[in-house]
Design a protein around this ligand. Structure first.
Ligand code: NAD
Length: 498
């Protein structure tokens, strides 16, 4: 039996079934449902719903708003297992990985529950005689979140709770590949007491996104996805007068210095390169070995571990790595492995012929490992977004640092070393937004800022923490005078302090 996923507008499920798309279970390769794909009139309906809900929601004291979000937090926690199953079924990642990602979303929800303190403005008394000046932060209006397939709960939860806590109303456009989780989240938000129209979900693709990008009532867009789409969203949104932050793709390097604990580095590489089948923006996809001795030792330790990865359905407890998201993506990743061989890299582990014994039609790829990759190769330059780790050999730390700084992406990076000076120099000089030192995937916590540099982020304001609050509010400065006896004269000069 297959199911149907609809939109959620003004507190209700809404379907327009002119266009639909199949939803697959990547573990079995079977169609398990269909998703409605919004057309212009449905998107307009959602924007109107969010616009109508804005005056009342934005006028509600922030403490009351966050009480609803706090209740949502409890409901998500109660329903975590169900949400994790939905994620694993449509995305393919393991249940434990899905649970972890929901927890990171809950962390963001917990952070925004303190928003009444964060949105406070500042007050300066007597900036001139009897004149005070203060600032306030106000919501923007209707905000939009467009999210990728790889974190169907976590990334929406990074966006909409912050936007709502700040007093905005919201339209979420999740990935059409795994849309069910978004609907469970809005249902739980309604159960938590969120008024109708405050949070809406539009299912769909470019057709829906293009309407949102141009709609005059949409004030801000937060996007996470691949770099070409991020760039398009940023340019189109900004040219239509919207505030936009667009998080893009990545090619995250990990430097392994000769003084590093190699076993620790190998465990980190295995988890960060092959966890979630490499479909993470913080996955490590390039190991940068400093010196041939380090490279040879790493390859020797990595090879058996990659060959023996436990690959299968994400719902099985023993599985370490699930399938890729679609057959099309599987073919794309495989074609990069073919290309790597043609480019002259040495394929140490070839996962192209892996077949899952229980699910022969699932979108599985075995772990792949390349050695002797150079910076002119496409397998080094492009984001592959699959379980393919490439090793680049460099002679020293300076060459490793230069390699990372010359790459077009700058999302995350790590170094494994025991030398404090090297680690400190790395953190200071590397042109990347999020850094790990003896830590593989540096996804910062909810009260630190999240965001890449270079072509991994279009826009100036990061996600999370105070940056998130700044993105979803705008500031106003008020200067006031309340003298007992008001005697004024026209002044033709710029006002100065008297
Ligand atoms: P994607 O760019 O294909 O899709 C992202 C969103 O954009 C989806 O909602 C999709 O429906 C929509 N979209 C797709 N094509 C569009 C088009 N032509 N016009 C308008 N909208 C369009 O990304 P994906 O495959 O879902 O996700 C994987 C990518 O996301 C990877 O590149 C990964 O690195 C990136 N990502 C980045 C971060 C980060 O924080 N920087 C986090 C997670 C994922």
């Amino acid at each position: 039996m297959t199911y149907q996923i609809n939109h959620f507008i003004n507190g209700q499920s809404y379907s327009d079934l002119n266009r639909t798309q199949n939803i697959y279970n990547p573990a079995t390769g079977k169609i398990i449902g269909t998703v409605a794909m919004a057309e212009e009139q449905t998107v307009n309906k959602a924007v109107t719903s969010a616009k109508n809900a804005f005056p009342k929601w934005s006028a509600m004291p922030s403490t009351r708003r966050v009480r609803i979000l706090f209740e949502l937090r409890s409901l998500i926690e109660k329903n975590m297992n169900e949400l994790a199953s939905l994620i694993s079924q449509e995305h393919g990642k393991t249940i434990n990985d899905a649970l972890g990602s929901i927890q990171r979303g809950i962390d963001a929800l917990e952070f925004v529950c303190g928003i009444p303190f964060l949105v406070k403005g500042s007050y300066a008394e007597n900036v001139a005689t009897d004149v005070d000046s203060y600032t306030i932060r106000q919501p923007l209006g209707v905000c939009v979140g467009i999210t990728p397939f790889n974190f169907p709960a976590m990334i929406p939860l990074w966006m909409f709770p912050m936007a709502l806590a700040c007093g905005n109303t919201f339209i979420l456009k999740p990935s059409e590949k795994d849309p069910s989780c978004s609907i469970r989240l809005v249902e739980l938000a309604k159960e938590a007491g969120l008024p109708d129209g405050v949070l809406n979900v539009i299912q769909g693709d470019k057709e829906a996104v293009d309407v949102l990008l141009r709609h005059p009532d949409v004030k801000a867009i937060s996007f996470v996805g691949s770099t070409p789409i991020a760039e398009y969203i940023y340019q189109t949104g900004v040219s239509h007068g919207k505030r936009v932050q667009a998080f893009g793709g990545a090619k995250n390097h990990c430097i392994i210095m000769p003084d590093a604990d190699l076993d620790q580095a190998v465990d980190a590489l295995i988890g960060a390169a092959y966890g979630s089948a490499g479909e993470r923006c913080m996955a490590i996809s390039v190991a940068v070995a400093v010196g041939d001795d380090v490279a040879d030792a790493l390859i020797k330790k990595l090879k058996p571990k990659v060959e023996n990865l436990k690959i299968g359905s994400g719902t099985l407890p023993e599985t370490e790595m699930g399938p890729l998201i679609t057959q099309q993506h599987l073919e794309r990743v495989k074609s990069y492995v073919d290309l790597g061989i043609k480019e002259g890299a040495e394929l140490i582990v070839d996962g192209r012929h892996f077949k899952c014994s229980e699910n022969k039609e699932g979108f599985y790829l075995g772990g792949c490992l390349f050695d002797k990759v150079t910076s002119d190769m496409k397998i080094y330059q492009d984001e592959i977004f699959g379980p393919v780790l490439v090793m680049v050999r460099v002679p020293n730390f300076e060459a490793a640092l230069a390699l990372i700084n010359e790459h077009e992406y700058g999302n995350g990076t790590s170094i494994f070393t025991h030398d404090g000076y090297t680690a400190r120099t790395f953190a200071s000089k590397v042109q990347v937004g999020m850094i790990g030192i003896n830590v593989p995937i540096p996804v910062p916590v909810a009260y630190q800022t999240f965001g890449g540099w270079k072509r991994s982020l279009f826009g100036d304001i990061h996600m999370h923490s105070t940056d998130g609050m700044q993105f979803f509010t705008r500031i106003k400065t008020i200067t006031q005078r309340w003298p007992k006896y008001m005697k004024t004269e026209a002044e033709f000069e710029i006002p100065t302090i008297k």
